[in-house]
Ligand binder design. Structure first.
Ligand code: CUA
Length: 317
């Protein structure tokens, strides 16, 4: 990362060349037609200007082939842009299942980045090269937007829900992280950097930080402190559903719907338990919105992911 802001950012993720390819295609089409129209306006203005012997214009007849051509070419070009864009959009919306998880909490005016393996960082994110990284992002206050130009990712972080994004870095180095949504007086200072490292360096960096069990351990303290275990037990008389092997499971609700137990579902069930009540249970659970902030919820998610019974294996998304 240079201290200057280059006109065109580095290509440092698998997404970057795809986005740039489409961008330059659209740019080329736009420049070509803009130039064509300007030249024709000038040529026609000279060629068909009013002359003493030509006061009245000649009658023009519609020509079928001409109409077909100038409807067909723009239609074809737009469809190419649409299909090309849709392909990139879909691959960008679906993180690979072997992605490393990083939780992002945005607030006025900082980024808190929490690795699933343990360490957390402020306004800095260290990641290994060549591995997909999945971001699960929440906001503590207003709308922010996670923007790393070199990776060509920009995703709004909206209060009250999780936003997700993913990227796979292809070059080591340091890259700008910006907030790309006006979020108050110090919005322009809500910046940071993403450091892409070789795997060996990354592992060294990981081991130098806090221990990997830190996040789940903090979650367990919350779980016990809030008394979650009084209702969520594995026994059949329990007032709340068992939380063992929860993640990745399909859960049947009281109203007959089936939902997948992912981060967003579990977060909602902690903060707004009445929204999706599991079949066979009463809506008894109070909301923990007042007691927990987004970081606490992430700690609880980390702890809940460690709850497994021996017999069953966790299904992988
Ligand atoms: Cu956060 Cu702008």
């Amino acid at each position: 990362m240079d201290s200057d802001l280059p006109l065109f950012p580095d290509q440092a993720s698998t997404l970057a060349p795809q986005v740039d390819g489409l961008f330059f295609f659209i740019l080329a089409v736009t420049v070509f037609f803009t130039a064509l129209i300007f030249v024709l306006v000038l040529v026609f203005a000279v060629k068909y200007r009013r002359k003493p012997d030509r006061q009245e214009g000649a009658k023009v007849r519609a020509t079928l082939w001409l109409e077909v051509v100038w409807i067909g070419i723009p239609l074809g070009l737009c469809l190419v842009m649409f299909l090309w864009g849709a392909r990139i959009y879909f691959s960008q919306q679906r993180p690979p299942s072997d992605a490393l998880d990083v939780y992002v909490v945005a607030r006025q005016w900082m980024w808190k980045l929490q690795h699933a393996e343990g360490p957390s960082e402020i306004n800095e994110l260290h990641v290994p090269i060549g591995r997909p990284i999945r971001l699960t992002m929440a906001s503590q206050d207003v709308i922010h937007s996670f923007f790393v130009p070199a990776f060509r990712i920009k995703m709004d972080v909206v209060p009250g829900r999780y936003s997700t994004a993913w990227f796979q870095p292809t070059r080591t180095g340091e890259y700008h992280l910006f907030c790309a949504e006006y979020c108050g007086t110090k919005h322009s200072g809500m910046t940071g950097r993403v450091v892409v490292m070789e795997m060996a360096d990354y592992e060294r960096w990981l081991s130098g930080g806090t221990s990997g069990a830190g996040l789940a351990a903090a979650g367990e303290r919350l779980f016990l402190g809030l008394g979650c275990a009084t209702c969520h037990t594995s026994d059949s008389q329990a007032r709340g559903p068992s939380l063992d092997n929860l993640f990745g499971k399909t859960v049947t609700l009281r109203d007959g719907r089936a939902v997948e137990a992912d981060d967003a579902y579990v977060r909602e069930s902690i903060l707004d338990p009445a929204a999706k009540v599991v079949a066979g249970f009463e809506p008894l659970m109070p909301s923990y919105r007042a007691q927990l902030n987004e970081e606490d919820v992430i700690k609880l998610l980390a702890y809940l992911k460690t709850l497994k019974t021996g017999a069953e294996t966790r299904s992988v998304k």
